[in-house]
Design a protein around this ligand. Structure first.
Ligand code: S3P
Length: 585
C-alpha cells in the first residue's frame, strides 16, 4: 500500500529564467523556493562569473542585485572569460542570449553531454540579429560582439530555449524581436518578462517584444516542477494499491499535456486546489490505474518533451503497444533519450522498437516485469536524470525497492530519493525509522530529508553523542578510545529508540553490535544505504575527519577504507535480510 503526500520540487525551468532576468533587471529582486538542482546551480555560477551579486538569504531563497541593461553593457572582459554551463542546456542557451544581447565577450563551455548538444539553433538567429559568435554547431562557443537589430523569426524546431534566448537578447535593443512558433512551447520567460514590466505582447504562438528599457525587479515565488511531479504520478498509477498527492505543482498549460495523455491511457487522477497566480499551481492526486496503450505524435511532443520518459513507463505497464513518433528532439537531450529508453527496456525484456523519430513498446503486467527484477540494476541512465528517475520508478512500483541510485537525478530533482522513499513509507510507518550504511553513504542527509518529509523528529546519533560529551567524535576516539565510544553509542541509541517513533541515522558500525541490532529490529524499520566502493573511496579520500580511517599516509588510509568496506558490507548484507532500502550510486 502506498499512501503518500509530497510537495513537488521547485521548477528548474522557471528558476533559471527568474535568476537570469533578475540579474538583468534594474534593482534588487527576491526569488523564493528556487530550485536547488545542479542545473540551476550552473546558472547561478555563470551569473556570478558575470559579476552579478546573488546572495542566498535562506535555504531556497536568493536576493539578486540586478545590474540593469547598462550594467551588463559595461562589462568588458579583456582576458578570456569562460562560463561553464555544466550539464544544463537552458543555462548555455539563455546565457548565450544574454551575452549576445549585452555584447559581452565570453566563452560558454559545458560538460561532455552538453558539448554534444546543438547550439547552432541559438547561434544562427543571434547572428541574424548582428551578433558575432565563434564556434561550430556545439559548445564551446564564443560571443565576440553583440546584436545590432531585431528579428522576425519562425524557428524550424519547437524550442522554448531558443525562444527564450532571443527574448533575453532582445531586452537590450529597441528594435522588435518577433517569434512565430509552429507549436507552442513553455512560456515562462514571457510570463516573467511581463511581470517585470517588459513591453511584450503574446498572441497564441506569436510573441513580440520591444526592448531597450530597464526591467523592474520582482519578488517571485517559483512553483513546483510539473516535470518532476510526473515521476510521483507515474509511481502511483503503476503501483498496486497506491494513492499519491503531489502539492504545489506548476500547472502552466504549456507544460501539462502529459495529463491529457495520461487521461487517455486511463490514469485515475484529479487536479484540485488550483491557485491562479502568474504561473498556476495546484495539487494532483493519482491512484493506481489500469492502463491502455497510446499513440503520441509530433504535435503533442513539444508540450510534453520532458515527460516522455515518464510516459514511456506508463506505456510499459499498459495493455497493448504504444507508439511514440515525431519525437526526434528526444535524441538531442541530456542523452539520446530514444536510445536510452529502448536500451533500458530491452534489458528488462520488453518488446520495444527503435525508430528514427521515436519508439514503440508493448506493455507487460507488473508480475511479468518483476520476473526480470535483477536486470534493473544493470540499466544505464547514460548520465540522464530523466532516464534514471523513469526506471527507478518502474522498479519501485513493481518490486517495492530501488536497486540503484543515480547521481544524475540531482540535475533536476536533488531530493528525488528521499521524496520517493518518504512517499513509499508514509502509508507504512508504524514504528521509527533507522537509517544506516557505510561511512560516507549519505545517512545523515537522507535521514534529515526523510524526517522532514514525514514530519517526524530526526536524530543523528553521532551528533547526539557529541552534544552529550561536548567534544567531537574524533576527540572521543583519541581521548577515550573506541570502547568508550561504543558504550556511549549503545546507551544513547537505546534512549532515542525507545522514545516516540523518529528517524535516526546511526554510525556505520552501530548495528554491528548485536544488542543494538535487536533493539533496532524491534523498534524500527531499518534502511541500509548501499553505495559502491568507488563512490565511497572517492568521498572518504578527500576528507580526514573519520577516526577509524584517519591517516596521513594515503595508501594506508585507502587500505583501511577497503578493509572496513569489505567487512561492513558483508555484515550489512546479513541485516539487509531483515529490512532493506538498497541502493548503489
Ligand atoms: C527547457 C526547454 C526544453 C526542455 C528543457 C528545458 C527550458 O528544451 O526539454 O528540459 O527550460 O526552456 P527545448 O526548448 O530545447 O526543447
Amino acid at each position: 500500500m502506498i499512501r503518500g503526500r509530497i510537495t513537488a520540487p521547485s521548477d528548474k525551468s522557471i528558476s533559471h529564467r527568474a535568476l537570469i532576468l533578475a540579474a538583468v533587471a534594474d534593482g534588487e529582486s527576491e526569488i523564493k523556493n528556487c530550485s536547488d538542482s545542479r542545473d540551476v546551480k550552473s546558472t547561478v555560477r555563470m551569473l556570478k562569473s558575470l559579476g552579478t551579486s546573488i546572495a542566498k538569504t535562506g535555504k531556497d531563497r536568493f536576493s539578486i542585485k540586478g545590474k540593469g541593461i547598462q550594467g551588463f553593457r559595461n562589462l568588458q572582459y579583456e582576458n578570456n572569460l569562460y562560463l561553464n554551463a555544466g550539464n544544463s542546456g537552458t543555462s548555455a542557451r539563455l546565457i548565450m542570449g544574454l551575452l549576445a544581447g549585452a555584447g559581452i565577450k565570453a566563452n560558454i563551455i559545458g560538460d561532455k553531454s552538453l558539448s554534444k548538444r546543438p547550439m547552432d539553433r541559438v547561434k544562427k538567429p543571434l547572428q541574424e540579429m548582428g551578433a558575432k559568435i565563434a564556434g561550430e554547431k556545439t559548445l564551446p562557443m564564443t560571443c565576440v560582439s553583440g546584436i545590432k537589430k531585431g528579428i522576425d523569426f519562425t524557428p524550424d524546431i519547437d524550442s522554448a530555449q531558443v525562444k527564450s534566448a532571443l527574448l533575453t537578447a532582445g531586452i537590450f535593443i529597441e528594435e522588435k524581436v518577433c517569434i512565430h512558433e509552429k507549436n507552442l512551447t513553455r512560456n515562462h520567460t514571457e510570463n516573467i518578462l511581463r511581470q517585470m514590466g517588459a513591453d511584450i505582447c503574446v498572441n497564441g504562438k506569436h510573441v513580440e517584444m520591444k526592448g531597450g528599457r530597464e526591467l523592474n525587479p520582482v519578488k517571485i515565488n517559483i512553483p513546483g516542477d510539473f516535470s518532476g511531479a510526473v515521476y510521483l504520478a507515474v509511481l502511483a498509477a503503476v503501483a498496486k494499491n497506491a494513492v499519491i498527492t503531489i502539492d504545489r505543482v506548476g500547472l502552466n498549460p504549456t507544460r501539462t499535456s502529459f495529463l491529457d495523455a495520461a487521461k487517455k491511457m486511463g490514469v485515475k487522477y484529479r487536479v484540485f486546489n488550483i491557485a491562479d497566480t502568474y504561473e498556476p499551481t495546484g495539487s494532483i492526486e493519482v491512484k493506481s490505474s489500469c492502463l491502455n496503450c497510446i499513440d503520441i505524435n509530433g504535435a503533442m511532443v513539444s508540450s510534453m518533451i520532458d515527460e516522455i520518459p515518464a510516459l514511456a513507463i506508463l506505456a510499459a505497464c499498459a495493455g497493448g503497444t504504444s507508439h511514440f513518433k515525431g519525437a526526434s528532439e528526444l535524441r538531442k537531450k541530456e542523452s539520446d533519450r530514444i536510445k536510452s529508453l529502448v536500451k533500458g527496456f530491452k534489458k528488462l525484456g520488453f518488446d520495444v522498437r527503435e525508430y528514427r523519430d521515436g519508439f514503440s513498446i508493448k506493455g507487460k503486467d507488473a508480475v511479468e516485469i518483476a520476473k526480470k527484477a535483477s536486470a534493473f540494476r544493470k540499466i544505464d541512465d547514460y548520465g540522464d536524470h530523466r532516464i534514471a528517475m523513469s526506471f527507478n520508478i518502474l522498479e519501485l512500483a513493481v518490486t517495492g525497492r530501488i536497486s540503484r541510485r543515480y547521481r544524475s537525478v540531482g540535475i533536476s530533482y536533488p531530493e528525488f530519493y528521499s521524496d520517493i522513499m518518504s512517499v513509499y513509507l508514509q502509508g507504512k510507518i508504524r514504528k521509527g525509522i533507522l537509517i544506516t550504511g557505510f561511512m560516507g553513504s549519505g545517512k545523515s542527509t537522507v535521514g534529515k530529508n526523510v524526517a522532514k518529509k514525514l514530519k517526524m523528529k530526526f536524530f543523528d546519533l553521532d551528533r547526539e553523542i557529541e552534544k552529550q560529551e561536548k567534544i567531537s567524535i574524533q576527540e572521543i576516539f583519541i581521548e577515550k578510545g573506541e570502547k568508550y565510544f561504543r558504550e556511549l553509542e549503545n546507551k544513547i541509541l537505546s534512549k532515542l529508540i525507545e522514545n516516540e517513533p523518529c528517524v535516526i541515522s546511526t554510525g556505520g558500525g552501530t548495528l554491528l553490535n548485536g544488542e543494538n541490532l535487536n533493539r533496532a529490529v524491534s523498534n524500527s524499520d531499518i534502511f541500509i544505504l548501499k553505495t559502491d566502493y568507488e563512490t565511497i573511496r572517492m568521498r572518504l579520500m578527500r576528507e580526514n575527519k573519520r577516526p577509524l580511517i584517519k591517516s596521513s599516509n594515503l595508501a594506508e588510509k585507502e587500505a583501511k577504507v577497503r578493509k572496513y568496506y569489505e567487512e561492513r558490507q558483508a555484515a550489512y548484507d546479513k541485516i539487509a535480510g531483515i529490512k532493506i532500502y538498497s541502493s548503489t550510486s
